[in-house]
Design a protein around this ligand. Sequence first.
Ligand code: GAP
Length: 505
Amino acid sequence: MTNYEEAFKKITAHAREYGFVFQSSDIYDGLSAVYDYGQNGVELKNNIKDYWWKAMVRYHENIVGIDSAIFMHPTIWKASGHVDAFNDPMIDNKDSRKRYRADVLIEDHLAKIEEKINKEVTKAAARFGDAFDENQFRATNARVLENQSKIDAINARFIHSLETNDLADLKKLIEELNIVCPVSGSRNWTEVRQFNLMFSTRMGSVTEDASAIYLRPETAQGIFVNFLNVMKTGRMKIPFGIAQIGKAFRNEIVARQFIFRMREFEQMEMQFFVRPGTELQWFEFWKKERMNWHLSLGIDSENFRFHDHEKLAHYANAATDIEFKFPFGFKELEGIHSRTDFDLSAHQKFSGKKMQYFDPELNESYVPYVVETSIGLDRTFLAILSHAYTEEKLEDGSERAVMKLPPVLAPVKAAILPLVAKDGLPELARSIMDNLKVDYNCQYEEKDSIGKRYRRHDAIGTPYCITVDHQSLEDNTVTIRERDTMKQERIPVEKISGVIAARLK
Ligand code: GAP
């Protein structure tokens, strides 16, 4: 097992052990790529939603939110292009009978060559020390150049086959690169076929009368089809945005890496409607704005990068991903797309309703252009969780696992701990708990030694532990212990709320 795999395994095990994420239908041996959030997970998830909602809806006066239904008229998915084009190319291995995404097999192969380059760079950096110039090394080292030219050649062909939908060439490429099935180890592949990712179900009680409908694969279309409703009832003036948080469903062929790629997941999306011709300025604006949102959580900027799309979807005139350094490498966390007037125009055509805005400054009507920000809630959860998970060796030789979560997102803000469960300490601790729980999610615990209780709260990321001891009964003070530094301070009971509030700001 590689170091990455080892680290990731620890995080997923910790998430399960401490009530963050469980495999769905666990007692029935699980349901693949579907997960449940436990008692701490749901709090963390709700806090992330709240943090996003405040940043997007409350702090932008020209953005409002909606909550549209998951079931929608089936024609919506025809208009949006999902019925015809929301496909992944898949390939089966005839020996293992395992199914893979053809593009992912090639991408994984490319990542292995990239890994070889990175190893050369790391080795050279160690050899040359401070004098090492990475850019020069990458531009001149023969092995790096050879591997880079392999990557470029594969990429060029790969992109061409995807763009021209040349599935036969994708298969040929997999064969020429000698890509083997990770399970059977064989190269015995089927043809590549397109596979639509939407789940469908039937609406209506009598099978013959029932019509097929889809579980939405993105929340965005719920916003587009409510454009007129919100614009009129909210008296919105362009530029304005509509935001929504909700479930989306995709029948992913290859679902792995825990909650990174799920079949049922949540998105936090915002469609920003602008005057045609101004969309690229707004695209740049939202790129900055969204990156700042990620950085505001206190995670170092080296963990994020933009990945601008070279190959644009037919409806977009600019697109970028914000990628996060997950334990398994940089991967997409959020997409920012300039979607032109594609969606509103398509719905105008299919519904026959005018999806237009009358611009009083220009004295004309037009179909607005759209800049979209679309972030996966579960991926954000995974990014925050994996970044926060820390193992520390303490001065006394013991070890602790601590979730250094941004305090504003922590599931529990304070643990109230009577030193012993007698002598009137529980009563005082309970009264402190009753006051604090009005404003913060707190936990009261009296079981086990104080050390064990501290460790339990470190493991779920509680920023403060408040211990009530015998002195508390005499002078109404408590000990407050800070999670990351483990420093303890004695403060009056009436100051506890202020200390927590300051940390959450
Ligand atoms: N409306 C645009 C849209 O849906 P997308 O890039 O397909 O764009 C947006 O999805 C975000 O949703 C991604 O950046 C990712 O964070 C999240 N996402 C997509 N598929 C996912 C899956 N199967 N599991 C978890 N999150 C997913």
